[in-house]
Design a binder for this molecule. Structure first.
Ligand SMILES: [Zn+2]
Length: 150
């Protein structure tokens, strides 16, 4: 850790505190100029790469996911906070898997299950695209399943 005042690379730790997010803050004193400064260390979880059906990989894209969900939820009683929470859940579940790559279907499945709980109409809109419900029979089948569950 370089001193931010003189760039000297040796310092001594005079105090260490752990915060509730798993981070560690260290109060340091530069061994050259004697100035005090703090450093902060925190664990970073990484999100696996998504493997698409055609075999290409892409980074998990929070914004892209949010856009798709917002379109499904348009004019429905689903708050921005609900959507944010759903995306947060998806992201943290992906991180907890601790894998380098997962199928993009994993993400789609998490979203669709989350929407099912939030709003059935938003769910159906998402399902039409995601499950490729391209005819009325497939759509009716899905709606019948929802009505049975409800
Ligand atoms: Zn210094």
């Amino acid at each position: 850790m370089r001193c931010p005042y003189c760039q000297h690379h040796e310092s001594k730790v005079i105090d260490t505190t752990h915060d509730s997010h798993g981070g560690i803050r260290r109060r340091r004193e530069c061994l050259s100029c004697g100035q005090r400064f703090s450093s902060y260390e925190r664990p970073i979880l990484s999100t696996p790469l998504l493997v698409k059906q055609d075999g290409t990989r892409e980074e998990f894209d929070r914004e892209k996911l949010a856009r798709g969900i917002r379109i499904s939820c348009a004019k429905r009683p689903v708050s921005a906070a609900d959507i944010e929470r759903l995306i947060g859940q998806v992201e943290s579940e992906l991180q907890k898997m601790g894998k380098a790559e997962v199928s993009s279907r994993v993400v789609g499945d998490m979203v669709i299950n989350g929407l099912k709980e939030l709003d059935h109409i938003a769910y159906i809109r998402y399902a039409i695209v995601y499950l490729r419900l391209d005819d009325l029979h497939a759509l009716r089948h899905e709606i019948d399943r929802l009505l049975v569950d409800a």
